[in-house]
Design a protein around this ligand. Structure first.
Ligand code: NDP
Ligand code: 2IT
Length: 447
């Protein structure tokens, strides 16, 4: 690790004070490493325990969530919400419902969100939350009762000026609807700006469902253009087949690329003729089934059980499922097959070893905190619409999303260049996000 002794000591203290939180350590290590050129140039940013404050969440809430299944049996899950930084605005970030959720996972996600949200330039702080509740196979009624039980505690800690949750893995507009319904009931207020990712009927924004996937492809398009390439005629492989992957596939197809493989937790589907969005929607969103059902319906498709999709040859890899899902051997196989670019739709999907392989092979690499910032950026647009009781058209909102993603791309590239890391979007994103939040923290005094 390229850390100077002071930063190394801080990293060791983060590890020591937060044991068994490997994903959080990983996220902190990457940021501390890549902001080093900024710290060298602006040594005053080491003062006032600024880095120590940046690595310590402002607050963390953990609570018991008790709910009953359809047979009346009681279940206990754990709920989390971490407010990491409110230097730039109210805590903002999604809720994840997945059995793998623990405090370390929530903290890594909230930490990443600090820099991502700063990059949007839209005045949002950083938080994340969720539960180890597993929605797979649960009925609508069970999901609703879980959401109500979760919100029964969470409502004390959130609000339009305090903390504004949204969706993430396992939390889409259905869950946000149930969460908002309970929030409204408990507080006796229709405070639409407390949650984003809402259905249009209850104050949601057009483009928010598409925003993360579309935004990732807008960023990818700008990154390819900066290298003199385009998406036209390219082949793409994605992981995941949820909100982010689905809308990324739609935008890839619209811009002339072909997505030939995507995955879920059961395996991956390879369709050399191009993935069919209608079938994906029916299988994953309507029926909530696994991808073998896609291959049952599409003769050109093959389902590969229990494997990740990274050995399918492609020009573009778009990991859009979960953290550390693309490792060194996957990166080797992708680069051997002539990979041109990677854009992280998910948060921290590529391991540090995989990223090193991409960098050595001169593969263009867009880190999640830049590439997938379109989701939270459009959440901020939803907050603006809620605050002004206005509704923007699809075209207007999509235009704002496109402009935001291109601005993030250009800023990351320019910052990387200014700090002598040309073409390194990881440095560009981390340094830009860090300087923005660090300057705001200094302005706010020692709080
Ligand atoms: P969804 O729940 O809609 O979809 C998740 C997809 O990833 C599903 O296909 C799921 O498979 C698969 N998946 C999830 N966990 C695992 C796992 N441990 N192993 C294998 N496959 C897994 O979530 P999103 O699409 O919203 O989120 C995907 C990623 O994008 C996450 O990393 C999230 O943090 C990130 N992200 C999301 C944003 C948003 O606006 N939603 C914004 C920015 C980033 P299965 O269907 O079998 O469960
Ligand atoms: O990781 C993310 O940026 C999200 N899950 C979206 C957060 C949001 O508040 O829209």
């Amino acid at each position: 690790m390229r850390l100077n002794p002071a930063t190394e000591a801080l990293y060791e203290s983060v590890v020591g004070r937060n044991p068994a939180e490997a994903e959080f350590h990983q996220a902190v290590a990457e940021v501390l490493q890549s902001i080093q050129p900024a710290l060298d140039r602006r040594p005053e940013l080491r003062e006032a325990a600024l880095l120590e404050r940046l690595c310590e969440p402002e607050r963390q809430v953990m609570f018991r969530v008790v709910w009953t299944d359809d047979s009346g049996r009681a279940h206990v899950n754990r709920g989390f919400r971490v407010g990491f930084s409110s230097a730039l605005g109210p805590y903002k970030g999604g809720l994840r419902f997945h059995p793998s959720v623990n405090l370390g996972v929530v903290k890594f996600l909230a930490f990443e969100q600090i820099f991502k949200n700063a990059l949007t330039g839209l005045g949002i702080g950083a938080g994340k939350g969720g539960s180890d509740f597993n929605p797979a196979g649960r009925s609508d009624g069970e999901v609703m009762r879980f959401c109500q039980a979760y919100m029964t505690e969470l409502h004390r800690h959130i609000g339009p000026q305090t903390d504004v949750p949204a969706g993430d893995i396992g939390v889409g507009s259905r869950e946000i609807g149930y969460l908002f319904g309970q929030y409204k009931r408990l507080t006796n207020r229709f405070d639409a700006g407390t949650l984003t990712g809402k259905d249009l009927l209850i104050g949601g924004s057009l483009v928010r469902p598409e925003a993360t996937g579309f935004g990732t492809v807008y960023f990818l398009d700008a990154m390819l253009a900066a290298r003199g390439h385009s998406l036209e005629g390219r082949t793409a492989v994605l992981s995941g087949s949820g909100n982010v992957a689905y809308h990324a596939i739609a935008k890839l197809h619209e811009l002339g690329a072909t997505a030939v493989a995507c995955s879920d937790s059961s395996g991956y589907v390879h369709d050399p003729e191009g993935l069919r969005l209608d079938v994906l929607h029916e299988v994953k969103t309507v029926q909530r089934r696994k991808l073998d059902a896609y291959a049952e319906q599409v003769p050109s498709a093959t389902f590969v059980r229990g494997r990740v999709p990274w050995d399918v040859p492609c020009d573009i890899a778009l990991p859009a499922a979960t953290q550390n899902e693309l490792g060194e051997s996957d990166a080797i196989s992708l680069t051997k097959n002539g990979l041109l670019a990677v854009a992280e739709g998910a948060n921290m999907p590529c391991t540090p070893e995989a990223i090193r392989i991409f960098q050595e092979a001169d593969v263009a690499f867009a880190p999640g905190k830049a590439a997938n910032a379109g989701g939270v950026a459009t959440s901020a647009l939803e907050m603006q619409q809620n605050a002004s009781r206005d509704r923007w058209s699809f075209a207007e909102t999509d235009k704002r999303l496109g402009e935001t993603m291109r601005a993030i791309h250009d800023t990351c590239l320019a910052t990387a260049e200014a700090y002598e890391q040309p073409g390194d979007y990881i440095s560009g994103a981390n340094i830009t996000g860090f300087l923005t939040v660090a300057d705001a923290m200094t302005t706010l005094g020692l709080v």
